[in-house]
Design a protein. Structure first.
Length: 85
């Protein structure tokens, strides 16, 4: 948080939340595909959909934790913005 200033959290508009949502959705889809339709023969004996999906879900969880632990503070009132002259 910014010291000496008042503001509110960016919340759902934080880019980290959007990225986490996208990675989480794709990760869950890949995990489901890894269980429903494993293509182990095509990937040298590794269920690549499952492991890529798990990695994406973990990545999404890290981004959500990062956004919650270090929120971006948006000022409530912006006085007289800067202008290029």
């Amino acid at each position: 948080m910014a010291s000496g200033g008042s503001g509110h959290s960016a919340g759902a508009f934080d880019i980290r939340t959007v990225i986490a949502l996208l990675f989480g959705i794709y990760g869950v889809v890949l995990v489901v595909l890894g269980f429903v339709q494993p293509e182990v023969e095509k990937s040298a004996g590794i269920n690549i959909n499952l492991w890529a999906g798990v990695g994406m879900v973990v990545f999404a969880a890290v981004f959500v934790a990062w956004a919650r632990l270090r929120p971006i503070t948006v000022p409530d009132d912006v006085e007289g913005g800067t202008t290029a002259e």
